[in-house]
Ligand binder design. Structure first.
Ligand SMILES: Cc1cc2nc3c(=O)[nH]c(=O)nc-3n(C[C@H](O)[C@H](O)[C@H](O)COP(=O)(O)OP(=O)(O)OC[C@H]3O[C@@H](n4cnc5c(N)ncnc54)[C@H](O)[C@@H]3O)c2cc1C
Length: 543
């Protein structure tokens, strides 16, 4: 059913095939043609849209940049493009905070913070194009999470429009605003959560978590902000964010260490985090080979099975460099060879560029090889990380697939892209096999399927395998409290009956083609950045 423009809605509203096609994909593997696209003008306009959705039953799917991997920003509903919420406030140097609109890109926020001598320590590789609203919604993390922890503690407050059209700032530690939904949560939901055994509400020992709702954090704090962070647009739409800042570190130094086996690199990564590294990123041999064949200049020959890129922060002058030299010696003792310790800023930057180029390089593989983000966010207790990466390699081999393993190894967290040969008739079955086996592996090791990217439509159908029934019952209770009519991103966090993990994959040659103008816009930007930002300004105006 094609929705009609809501009465009184002042923003852009398009339901034509071209607009819908441009928002049918995000950075991950899924595709779903939405019913329409709405770009609300402000909070009140968003309230109008939400009340219309409740009346008509059209689901709303909030969207920042669409850089998320798990299919939470696509779906059968009205995409709510939050692009207009792009105000940037001023840094408050005393409180060390900065308030920005939800659509502000992370690196823009960082530039404002830097100009005042501060930094926002949550630094996803996608910082140039991910919005702060999307980061809050996915409970994003980044390379420096090893030192600073994930997003939760860096968010002081979020301004939200709720499923009944009401709006409020929800701040940590502040009295809960007097809204019916939040009062209901305090009176009925919180006691239910606190009655549950805490060990059923978390994956003990993982350093990052963005699967499910953050019940363990809510259990501890009683603050509704803990449920809203990481809720993937299923509980409320975030319109502005107050972030916490820290003073910029004096200096940073990096080193690169090559390892003869993936397991040795994984074990060393966890050790380096304990030694005080501020970032420990892994790139495996498959990636290094692909990068070399794409013309990237590598600091080591692509003969090691894996390399670790390690960063340390410290005082100006010799502090950080001296600390990097100490960790280089530590790596040597752990069996690394070679160990590269650059001293020039340009060389350090080149190492980081190689890491940040991982997804874009993989997105440009030869026509029928596709790099698929299927099992891309597993995070396990650090003591099991080496077992995890070995198990992933074995699962890939059993399914007859190649795969690239890279990511935030210091947090025992790896992204795995399956390289699928789409000319092989069994490619889909192979992908399903890898997904099934690796999900079982994560569950066996007590890990989470989503360290930082959220569940989306990709992983929500798998939650029964990694969360106990007690937690899943409470996930449903959280959803029913905040969104009883189920209009906010249904099918994410709480599964809908019959949904499958790999429902519609955008690379499936059997899918009908998208309109050419939409396809061109999506492909161009995907090639450039490894992700597709889908905006109405990429395509002609509606007829
Ligand atoms: C090359 C590349 C590298 C990446 N590296 C990292 C990394 O290092 N760390 C990391 O954590 N992630 C990384 N990501 C994933 C992605 O960038 C993050 O998940 C990011 O937080 C998503 O932001 P977005 O604005 O694109 O959100 P979207 O993709 O638009 O949305 C993500 C989810 O949040 C919901 N949502 C979005 N905005 C709002 C809002 N204002 N209110 C309520 N719900 C909302 C959506 O419904 C959806 O469920 C990477 C992605 C790519 C393509």
């Amino acid at each position: 059913m094609v929705p009609q423009r809501p009465d009184g809605f002042r923003g852009v509203f398009r339901a034509d095939p071209l607009a819908c096609a441009v928002y049918s994909e995000a950075a991950g593997v899924g595709r779903a043609i939405p019913r329409a696209v709405a770009v609300p003008a402000d909070e009140d306009d968003l309230g109008t849209l939400v009340r219309w959705a409740a009346r008509t039953g059209h689901p709303l799917i909030p969207r920042g940049s669409g850089s998320s991997m798990a299919g939470g920003a696509i779906g059968d509903g009205v995409i709510v493009d939050l692009a207009r919420f792009d105000r940037v406030g001023a840094v408050d140097p005393h409180r060390r905070t900065l308030t920005v609109g939800a659509a502000v890109l992370r690196d823009r926020l960082e530039a404002v913070a830097n100009a005042a001598g501060f930094t926002f320590p949550v630094d996803p590789s996608s910082g140039a194009f991910a919005t702060i609203g999307g980061m809050c919604a996915t409970h994003a993390a980044g390379s420096r999470t090893v030192r600073y922890g994930p997003l939760r503690e860096w968010i002081a407050g979020v301004q939200c429009v709720f499923a009944d059209g009401t709006q409020a700032w929800v701040r940590r530690g502040n009295p809960t605003p007097a809204l019916p939904i939040l009062e209901q949560a305090a009176q009925r939901l919180l006691p239910q959560v606190r009655a549950a055994a805490i060990e059923t509400l978390r994956h003990e020992g993982v350093r990052k978590e963005s699967s499910g709702y953050a019940l363990a954090a809510y259990h501890a704090s009683g603050d509704p902000i803990d449920l809203l962070l990481g809720s993937e647009g299923t509980l409320a739409v975030i319109t502005a964010v107050e972030v916490r800042l820290v003073p910029r570190p004096g200096a940073a130094a990096v080193l690169l260490a090559g390892f003869a086996t993936l397991e040795a690199a994984a074990a060393a990564a966890v050790g380096l985090a304990a030694e005080g590294a501020s970032a420990v990123e892994l790139l495996d041999r498959t990636f290094l080979e692909i990068a070399a064949s794409e013309g990237a200049t590598l600091p080591v020959a692509p003969t090691c099975e894996a390399v670790l890129l390690v960063e340390v922060e410290g005082a100006e002058g010799a502090g950080a460099q001296g600390e990097a030299a100490r960790l280089a010696t530590w790596c040597g003792a752990a069996g690394a060879a070679p160990v590269v310790l650059p001293t020039a800023a340009g060389e350090r930057e080149a190492l980081w560029q190689l890491r940040h180029a991982a997804s874009p390089i993989l997105a440009r593989l030869a026509p029928h090889w596709e790099s698929l983000q299927l099992i891309e966010d597993g995070c396990v207790p650090p003591e099991h990380f080496a077992t995890y990466v070995r198990g992933v390699r074995e699962a890939l081999a059993r399914a007859g697939c190649r795969g690239v393993i890279f990511g935030h190894a210091g947090d025992a967290h790896a992204h795995v892209n399956v390289l699928a040969d789409l000319t092989d008739p069994a490619w889909r079955a192979r992908c399903e096999q890898v997904l099934t086996e690796v999900t079982a592996l994560v569950a066996r090791l007590g890990g989470t399927v989503a360290g930082e990217h959220g569940d989306g439509r990709l992983r929500t159908p798998l939650l029964a395998q990694v969360w106990p029934a007690a937690a899943r019952t409470l996930f449903a209770a959280v959803k029913a409290t905040f969104d009883p009519a189920g209009i906010l991103n249904p099918g994410v966090k709480v599964p809908v009956p019959g949904a499958r993990a790999l429902e519609t994959m955008k690379v499936d040659p059997a899918l009908p083609a998208l309109p050419a103008a939409a396809r061109e816009a999506l492909d161009a930007i995907t090639r450039e950045r490894g992700w597709a930002r889908h905006r109405l300004d990429l395509i002609p105006a509606a007829p």
